[in-house]
Design a protein around this ligand. Sequence first.
Ligand code: 13P
Ligand code: SF4
Length: 339
Amino acid sequence: MTPTRTITARKEALGTKLCILAHHYQADDVVRHADILGDSLELAQRIDGLDAEHIVFCGVHFMAETAAILARTGQKVHIPDENASCVMADMVPAALAEKVLTALNRDGAHIIPLTYVNSSAAVKAVCGRHGGSVCTSANAKTMMSWALGQGDGVLFMPDANLGRNTARALGIDPARTMRLDIRGQGRFVPAADPSASIYLWPGLCAVHALFHTEHVSAIRRDEPGALVLVHPECSPEVVAMADGAGSTSYLIKAVAEAPAGSTIYVGTEWNLVNRLALRHTDRTVRPLRTALCSNMAKITEENLARTLTALDTAEPVRVDDDIAQPARIALQRMLDACR
Ligand code: 13P
Ligand code: SF4
């Protein structure tokens, strides 16, 4: 049987016992089997209302882990390839996050840890234990404002670009943001300084780092009427040159709302841009340059079919309770702040 037919047959056999979630960066072959397609905020928000016993998450590992933390007792979350990690999430080890936070707070300051959802459950647990929370690119402004209201400053992890772009969007003076030097197990991290309010972990997304100011300059020169829209994981320099910057859901909406006949360059993962181009045939949608997330691409129709075939015996995504509990507190603070 082909993977397509296996998936269709398993979906029919399992009915409401199964729900397949997919992130917008998944390939079309996978997306067409999804019951729910969304960005990372939308997918996290949907977990609460799901009745299915088996949740199969087509995305990267931190997303499946987040679903496992938010799922009810007895629900099982599966990911078709356990090795689909996120390069950015891997840039913040939880033990180092804890050390850096302790170093910032050593003179009695109360710095609030705020992690981008692109991080491990253990990092979310650090945030939960220290009065912090989680954000996605769709609610980063809301959550950064929230965190600023809880203490003397914010340790923003792991995406320095999203942190800087969000601080700028909130009107925070760039002089009040400080990029941390985390080398030597955090040995060079200073105690919190009253002149700073945002401390940036020096992580980035290797996919969005592929978009450079030269790409935008070339469009401005050759196609001055074209719109340029980018994800806030791009550098602040690229964001400053773009006509708009926002989360995956923002980009989808902005392309849909652009005038028919217009040309729109989108600086984000290629699968999403390609889908938007196919959906909006009355306008020209192009990638700012081709940028594929190789980890998102690890989920295929083949391993989705294998996962669905072995659902009853497969080991689901597990998060130990001592991590899941504080990580859930951090996530719940986000969900409550963004209802
Ligand atoms: P969204 O939060 O926009 O879904 O993005 C997730 C992601 O991994 C972007 O690289
Ligand atoms: Fe992680 Fe970047 Fe891939 Fe998103 S696009 S999952 S941030 S590596």
